[in-house]
Ligand binder design. Structure first.
Ligand code: IP8
Length: 242
């Protein structure tokens, strides 16, 4: 199985609330139509989820108990998910939605509990499940944000992914000189260039991504939209993590 995350900043215009970058999304869908294996797609929040999450002050650790905020974030993500599905259908990819809000939760120690039977079954039945960052019930905190990157880590392990690709706004992880690093094996290698794990992105930005991907058994690759065709063709591209 191949797991691909489409970054929210790739498929949306991050500066304008609720705006899909149709051209970029169309290119991504066209590339994904070339995957010759089982495929799971995860997409991020971009100007849909992040816009509402930061307006309400909700993050992976700060929750909300206000139902209208939870619904506001979730509905925005469902609208983006609909746009991603439309783009994939236009390329004849049998994409179907899986909404994490209705599938999992975080327990009292903030661990993600996410059953994967539905995704496994859909894959076995020949579909391409499309999941996304979302609001998620969080024991003792109301609801917090589940990032698409957390989902990627969870699904890659649980579904035994053969390859994991993150299509992001940048061509890979940069070093101090602004060059793309080919291979990162420890966070210390790039910590200086990436800064701390916290950032203005409500789910942590590139540093959090690298830290989480390093914990995976399967190597993950970070590349930009120009690199997606190469990733699908199993060529070396971007930065390999782990
Ligand atoms: O863009 C965040 O997912 P990410 C999802 O993968 C929301 O970090 C709801 C902000």
């Amino acid at each position: 199985m191949i797991l691909v995350k489409l970054g929210g900043s790739v498929v949306t215009d991050k500066d304008t609330p609720e705006t899909v970058d149709e051209a970029a999304l169309g290119r991504a869908a066209q590339a994904l139509a070339g995957v010759d294996d089982d495929l799971v797609v995860v997409h991020g929040g971009g100007s849909f989820g992040h816009h509402f999450a930061s307006e309400y002050g909700v993050s992976r650790t700060v929750g909300t108990e206000d139902y209208s905020e939870v619904v506001g974030i979730h509905d925005a993500m469902c609208r983006l998910n609909g746009a991603v599905l439309d783009a994939l259908h236009a390329e004849a990819v049998p994409a179907v939605p899986v909404h994490p809000f209705s599938a999992g939760f975080r327990n009292a120690v903030a661990d993600l509990v996410f059953p994967t039977g539905q995704v496994r079954t859909l894959l076995r039945e020949g579909f391409v499940p499309v999941l996304h960052g979302d609001a998620i019930g969080h024991e003792g905190k109301g609801a917090t944000i589940l990032s698409g990157d957390e989902l990627v880590v969870e699904l890659a392990e649980r579904l035994d992914a053969r390859r994991v690709g993150l299509c992001s706004a940048v061509p890979g992880v940069y070093d101090d000189d602004g060059e793309v690093v080919e291979h990162v094996t420890s966070f210390a290698d790039v910590a200086g260039a990436l800064g701390e794990s916290e950032s203005t992105d409500v789910t942590g930005g590139m540093a959090a991504k690298v830290e989480e991907l390093l914990a995976l058994d399967v190597p993950a690759t970070i590349f930009d939209l120009d690199g997606l065709d190469a990733f699908v063709a199993e060529e070396e591209v971007g930065t390999r993590i782990g």
